[in-house]
Write a protein that binds this ligand. Structure first.
Ligand SMILES: [Zn+2]
Length: 262
């Protein structure tokens, strides 16, 4: 089977559910993190919508059909920020968050970045009551957008969590499809958890392809608490441009129908 298709994404989620994992949003994790969950299995489904927002609608529909909840983080740029898609994904019951990169967009000017952050948080809150935010890694930028929190505090704006800042990675294993594989932490600039990665690698918790990951889940090798980050622009059943175009058009029509119903 080809990797990074919607079919294999669905199979990954179904395998997790069969093994007893609840599929939850990041806000759900934060809200429940104070409760004892030692015996319960969960996977936080995090999606960074870096580009091709309509691809995110497809994964959102698959998750919705399986009764899963996920978090979709949107960037300010047109390549990500599509109000129709944001509304449609929120309507499917998923969480919407802000994929911020204010420090890189403001060339490291921290005061300007804070003001920019507040403007865009207010923008996304037109569509959804945003409670969590997540850094966009911006590998080509010299600025780390998390540096904004050296001076300012997002909690003053009613934000309850940021995955890189508020996740207990001593208790939550991290997987990301950065690099279009599951062991891309080796090449990733900012999307990784360096303080725990060595320990995870030592324990053999590294897989390259999705079929390998699925087998590991079936064999009970996956830790009980996990965050999985995907970039839905990578996941498609339709490698050829013409077919992608056809699908995009179909999805656009689905959204138009959804909006027309409101
Ligand atoms: Zn990103």
């Amino acid at each position: 089977m080809k990797d990074f298709t919607l079919d294999i994404y669905r199979e990954l989620l179904e395998t997790l559910q069969k093994q007893g994992y609840r599929l939850i949003s990041y806000a759900d994790y934060i809200a429940n993190s104070q409760k004892p969950t030692a015996n319960s299995r969960f996977v936080i489904l995090r999606h960074d919508v870096d580009a091709k927002p309509f691809n995110s609608l497809r994964t959102a529909q698959i998750e919705h059909a399986l009764g899963a909840k996920a978090t979709y983080y949107f960037r300010v740029g047109k390549e990500s920020n599509n109000p129709e898609v944001i509304r449609a994904i929120a309507q499917l019951g998923h969480e919407i968050g802000y994929h911020y990169e204010d420090m890189s967009l403001c060339n490291g000017d921290i005061d300007r970045a804070w003001s920019h952050f507040q403007t865009w948080l207010a923008y996304f809150r037109q569509y959804y009551a945003v409670e969590t935010i997540c850094m966009h890694g911006a590998p080509t930028s010299q600025y780390d957008s998390k540096d904004l929190w050296r001076k300012y505090d997002y909690k003053t704006l009613g934000i309850i969590g940021e995955p890189y800042m508020d996740t207990d990675f001593s208790n939550v294993f991290y997987l990301t499809d950065t690099g279009r594989c599951w062991d891309g932490y080796k090449v990733s600039v900012r999307d990784k958890i360096p303080q725990y990665q060595e320990e995870w690698s030592r324990k053999g918790l590294t897989w390259h392809t999705t079929p390998q990951l699925i087998r590991a889940i079936q064999n009970g090798q996956l830790p009980h608490h996990v965050m999985i980050t995907t970039h839905p622009q990578r996941w498609t059943n339709n490698p050829k441009a013409w077919y992608l175009e056809l699908v995009t058009q179909t999805i656009k029509n689905i959204i138009k129908r959804l909006i027309a119903k409101n």
